[in-house]
Design a protein around this ligand. Sequence first.
Ligand code: AMP
Ligand code: GLY
Length: 432
Amino acid sequence: MKILVVGGGGREHAIAWRLSKDPVRHEIYCAPGNAGTASVAKNVPLHAENIEGIVAWCVDERPDLVVVGPEAPLVAGLVDALESEGIKAFGPVAAGAQMEGSKRFAKEVMQAAGVPTGRAEVFSDPEKAKAALASFGLPVVIKADGLAAGKGVVVAETLAQAEGAINDMLVANKFGNAGAEVLIEEFLDGEECSILALVDGENALLLPSSQDHKRIFDGDKGPNTGGMGAYSPAPVVTDDMLPEIRDRIILPVVRELANRGVVYRGILYAGLMVTPEGGRLAKSGSRINVVEFNARFGDPETEAVLPRLGGDFSRALMNAATGCLSSGDIVVRPEMSATVIVASGGYPGAYEKGKPISGLDAAERKGAMVFHCGTKREGAQVLTAGGRVLSVTGLGSTLREAVDTAYAGVGEISFQRAYHRNDIAHRAFDRS
Ligand code: AMP
Ligand code: GLY
């Protein structure tokens, strides 16, 4: 197959790499890609948000399938534009991508479908929002409605923090249009996990569970990031929960969207909160509640999950994109995985780019897989080009082995002010 992967991060490198491992050989392209994707695909110099440029390229090149990585082009209607040219694409149409693009819309869909989630109310008037805080108690969660690059959520421990977040969004317009409405949401107690579901408009197959590490520092301290590491499977999700997640969360959303005339195809990513035995149950009464939906593969979850998939990945993506998923499309290998992000010092705040990276081959010789998140090639040299620079994944027959392999790889890699967390998978180890 001729396949175009849209995006240029670790997620897209992992998608292109996994396609390159299929039993059938593909011709793979990546737009815009990075120094890592160039080893498994041909990079096309088009930005992921250049909808017109990508559609024009596809009209000329006629790929069999386009796999869209990031949310912005999905929300902007790339899949709709490709479909109108008769080009098959993996990812939801813009109306479906609103599950990620608008937290208000996602909440309405969940409420209509009876999906367990935190109680929430929507406000555009700051005084009314503040007046409503009392009924939520503390902590309380304040969310900007629209896409805010992962920064639009504040978990407020005090009333002053909650009011400050409301002022930032509704008075100071810190997030522009994305913060023109806020949701005040019930705080959910428990442990988070990520479930990526492959959806074909009607049916869904769950990929193996995983857990992200959103905070920058060890022990889950410091500011939120795009994700500093992941591992799969996440033991907080026990096997008996999987049918419940599919039948009470994923499928009701897909059906509710279909009732509204939206055929959802692609990945539906559920960020879930699992309340421990004896923990404070949410108003929904359920132990498993949805924190958020995303309309795409997670990053870095993808770098941990895809290496665990066997079989023909292109067929699974194509079947989802064309409405004919079947149960054999996902084959899970027994190995466990762990992914450690190597970031630029200063991230998620200001950081420098253009630092030469060494040790990439040595890391692979230690048995790790290195996916590039933010890199570019200049001559023979690979340079840093983003906040998250590399995703280093290890596989193993135990989680300890997977984590050790990933860190053995990380130990070989160096660039000026490289930073990584040292405790990826700590929640899994804390259990045992
Ligand atoms: P989101 O962008 O919606 O995933 O929110 C970012 C992070 O904020 C989540 O990963 C959670 O750690 C936290 N969060 C969001 N909503 C809630 C909630 N209702 N209760 C507890 N934590 C939350
Ligand atoms: N790792 C979180 C996300 O992809 O949204």
